[in-house]
Design a protein around this ligand. Structure first.
Ligand SMILES: [Zn+2]
Length: 309
């Protein structure tokens, strides 16, 4: 279990620089207690005090991956078939935006490499790279994969500029203490016109608004949370052009949330009816993820395809 997590006060919004913010939610449902504030100028959601940069890797020790930590989803290595199947559909989506044959692709925060494995299945000629900050995931992957994996965050790597055709950040950007800096590095590493894929929770969604402090994506590891508006703003400032933004909770996320619900249901206050009700809601949510009107969306997740402008 993650021990000795240190927090650091945030002096201003990383997106717009404003110091004006409001306390939104205090989250007390995990062993690690934390709170979110919202910038009054741009609407950005962020943890404040925030888990310190030095403490971030402590959140992703063994218990996070095996499902033992109270804020983890499920053991990916034991549900490999599900993960790969879901990731294959994601690779197909990405291939609509870029030719993956002979492309060079980097997956930031690649975990156990499920996504990279899916790419190699469909596009064996694709040159694959991954980064991972977690010791546990890194050593697991090193043992089981031939992909080129680098331990550390994107700013600690030494890839040459304009090296990649595609960079993916799948359920990763919300875990970063300074996403603006990281996207600056990503921009430098992409070839002109290269594709960036970001999949992240949507804090502006109807699901988040209804659930308020019980939004499933309020987790100790989620340091910043985007809405469609703030994600677009960040991408624009970092030198990207948004091609498409989908509000679909793709399968691995839905499945992992379902597992989290299952875990919650083991608490005595939950009953079987609620358990199945939530499962049906989860399925329904995947379907309604396709519905959106401008800035309004229902589902709690989004996937954005952007090119280096
Ligand atoms: Zn702001």
């Amino acid at each position: 279990m993650a021990q000795n997590i240190q927090f650091k006060k945030i002096s201003q919004c990383f997106l717009c620089g404003s110091k004006k913010r409001v306390l939104k939610y205090k989250i007390n449902s995990f062993k690690i207690k934390f709170q979110y504030k919202q910038c009054l100028k741009c609407g950005m959601f962020y943890m404040d005090p925030m888990v310190s940069r030095a403490s971030v890797p402590k959140l992703y020790e063994k218990g996070y991956y095996t499902g033992e930590a109270d804020y983890s989803y499920f053991d990916e290595s034991k549900n490999k078939k599900v993960v790969i199947a879901a990731r294959l559909s994601q690779v197909k989506n990405i291939s609509k935006f870029v030719n993956l044959n002979n492309a060079r692709l980097l997956d930031i925060g690649c975990s156990f490499g499920g996504f990279l494995e899916a790419v190699s299945k469909l596009y064996p000629s694709c040159d694959l790279y991954g980064t991972e900050i977690s010791d546990f995931a890194y050593h697991h992957l090193k043992k089981n994969s031939k992909t080129k994996i680098f331990k550390g965050d994107i700013n600690q790597t030494n890839f040459p500029p304009q090296f990649f055709d595609v960079i993916t950040m799948l359920e990763v950007i919300e875990h970063l203490p300074s996403p603006r800096k990281d996207l600056g590095t990503v921009q430098k590493l992409l070839k002109p016109g290269g594709l960036l894929v970001i999949q992240t929770p949507n804090v502006g969604s109807l699901e988040a608004r209804i659930k308020k402090g019980r939004f499933t994506n309020f987790l100790p590891g989620h340091l910043v949370l985007f809405s469609r508006k703030t994600l677009r703003q960040l991408l624009k400032r970092a030198g990207f052009k948004v091609k498409k933004l989908y509000y679909v909770d793709i399968d691995p996320l839905s499945y992992s949330k379902y597992k989290l619900f299952q875990k919650e249901c083991k608490e005595p206050s939950r009953n079987l009816i609620e358990h199945y009700f939530r499962f049906i809601c989860q399925l329904f949510q995947t379907l309604i993820g396709h519905i959106n009107f401008g800035n309004f969306s229902i589902a709690g997740g989004m996937t954005c395809y952007a090119t280096k402008s």
